[in-house]
Design a protein around this ligand. Sequence first.
Ligand code: HEM
Length: 218
Amino acid sequence: MPSEIQIPWDWYIVRASALVGFLLLYVSIFIGTVSCLPGIKKYFLRLKSLNFHCWISLQALIFALFHGVALLFHQFIKFSFADVFVPFHSSFEPILVGLGTSGFYLMLILVATSYARKYISAKIWRSIHFLNIGLYIVVIIHAFYLGTDLKTGLLREIFIWANGFLILLLLLNMINRIWSRAKNLPIICENPILNENLRPGYPAGGEKRSPENFRRRI
Ligand code: HEM
């Protein structure tokens, strides 16, 4: 009688939730970036809604949490609660798993501060929001070097090219910001929460960030 084949559902769930979480995070960062890029941002007007940007980040966080919790049920590698939720505690690949845990907390901070943006000054919110670059780097390293599905094959190719493309957009965005600052130009993003004047008292071109502008642009 043939021996019964065990389907490792726990492992599939860990991997599937990780890939969906990463995809959602990618979409969120992509929208945040293209909504600031001159020349391209007009093509993304339908996606510019701040609520969508926040909502998709929240979904990414939920999938990342699911991915972490699913590891607690992993049959082959035993993960304790602390292994998953205390950075660099795991004895299995402590650095790479720790980067995943750190990424999870960075996501938590970014989502929480975006939903609580009304209670935070624009300057503090913006400083916190720059953590998304760190989050992106940390999660790319975590996924690329730890993930089973990203070791070989088509998924690996897609991962490399898609992330290369987004990194290029992030660099263009950064160059645009530095250039605009140097020339004293307004930095206007289609996404209303990103459309703030970085220079206090900035007069021309851009709108001041005010509750009226905020409501109107949403
Ligand atoms: C809660 C803390 C986290 C822990 C403990 C953790 C742990 C792990 C582990 C052990 C793997 C290897 C799974 C395998 O292929 O066998 C993995 C893969 C992966 N993780 Fe995480 N992770 C965490 C957070 C995150 C976050 C925040 C993201 C991004 C949304 C993420 C995205 C990924 C991706 C994309 C993979 C590759 C999946 C694959 O190749 O199938 N992880 N993670």
